[in-house]
Write a protein that binds this ligand. Structure first.
Ligand SMILES: Cc1cc2nc3c(=O)[nH]c(=O)nc-3n(C[C@H](O)[C@H](O)[C@H](O)COP(=O)(O)OP(=O)(O)OC[C@H]3O[C@@H](n4cnc5c(N)ncnc54)[C@H](O)[C@@H]3O)c2cc1C
Length: 318
């Protein structure tokens, strides 16, 4: 067996993939390889977290996007023929995964929630949620590599211990068809909620778009991102559609989710069931969101939010 590969766009996500990657590699007695975009200095950390080999991807020039890595990874894939290839299920990771899988002429199972090795066949068994989380689908892939994307925080980060491994630099990326012409700072509301550790989610309890300022302040005090329910994004258009959480929006896994003015219909709750701690603020003590919440505040969000923000700012000395 050639090995297990992991690729994520930043350190934290790579460390999570190294944990599950090491587990799978041990089960099939294979080597674990991690890709490292640009920063060679981090190689030893990845080895300490379980990698046997780190492949350093060349630094990109300012005009290039990560898309330039695709031919380099595909060439390496054709040469080394890995058996399993795991990528982080971020927006960019999912795009890279699909394009790499197509070029390697293999399958791809997206947003897996569990990965195991079938003891009889030695195949990777990839599990993912279907029907809005009501069912679990098990997928096996007959082609190689067996590729999967994994949403951030599905697995705990790997623990660091002294290990030895190899660091190898990959050749420079060829000219890419895509060039960056201009960079604009991201709108705060459009931060990535799938990667956020704290999410303040806003629902129809908010009366006017201007009142989102209250939610922004709470998000700033917690270092969180802002998400919303479908009516806020798709009916009122007060927030971008990619911030909608739920069945037809994003599935999120924050450590802390605070839902304000949200009733808690099943189509929304489906998107937050993997949140570690759920808090809800609602003026109706019968709102269904309280059934899903670990902590609930029955009250008017226009009074609760400023007070919550004030208290948090006191704690964090902001
Ligand atoms: C096929 C399908 C897919 C769907 N997909 C999604 C999805 O992905 N995501 C999603 O969110 N929805 C989705 N929906 C819609 C979903 O069913 C609900 O309609 C929606 O989640 C309700 O949004 P809400 O909680 O913001 O609004 P509401 O249900 O109107 O709730 C507003 C809440 O705010 C409270 N409130 C009012 N004023 C205050 C105040 N001053 N202070 C505190 N609380 C207050 C009220 O008590 C109420 O509980 C989907 C529906 C369908 C049919």
């Amino acid at each position: 067996m050639a090995g297990v590969w992991v690729l994520a766009e930043n350190r934290d996500l790579t460390i999570e993939l190294l944990n599950i990657g090491r587990d799978l590699a041990d089960k099939v007695s294979a080597r674990l390889t991690a890709f490292l975009p640009g920063d060679r200095d981090r190689g030893q950390e990845y080895i300490d977290c379980g990698a046997d080999e780190v492949l350093v991807l060349p630094a990109l020039n300012p005009e290039q996007t990560v898309d330039a890595y695709i031919p380099v990874i595909v060439d390496e894939g054709r040469r080394e023929q890995p058996d399993i290839f795991l990528l982080s299920g971020t927006l960019r990771g999912r795009e890279l995964a699909a394009r790499i899988a197509a070029r390697l002429d293999t399958g791809l199972c997206s947003q897996c929630t569990a990965l195991n090795i079938d003891e009889k066949t030695g195949l990777l068994v990839m599990e993912r949620l279907i029907f809005g989380g009501a069912g679990i689908q098990k997928v096996v892939c007959q082609t190689r590599p067996q590729m999967a994307t994994i949403a951030p925080r599905t697995f705990e980060p790997a623990r660091r211990q002294n290990r030895e491994g190899k660091i190898r630099e990959l050749p420079a990326s060829p000219e890419s068809a895509v060039k960056i012409l201009e960079r604009k700072p991201k709108d705060r509301a459009a931060g990535s909620i799938t990667e956020a550790k704290v999410i303040i989610c806003v629902g129809r309890g908010i009366e006017k778009q201007e009142d989102l300022a209250l939610v922004n302040k709470l998000a700033a005090a917690t270092g969180g991102e802002i998400g919303c329910t479908r009516p806020i994004a798709e009916e009122l258009h007060w927030m971008p559609e990619d911030t909608c959480i739920g069945l037809s929006g994003k599935q999120v896994k924050p450590e802390l989710y605070i839902g304000v003015g949200i009733s808690g219909q099943i189509q929304h709750i489906t998107g937050i069931r993997d949140a570690k701690v759920i808090c809800a603020v609602n003026n109706d003590d019968q709102a269904p969101i309280f059934d899903a919440a670990d902590y609930g505040i029955v009250g008017n969000l226009y009074e609760v939010l400023p007070e919550l923000t004030r208290q948090l700012e006191k704690i964090t000395n902001k």
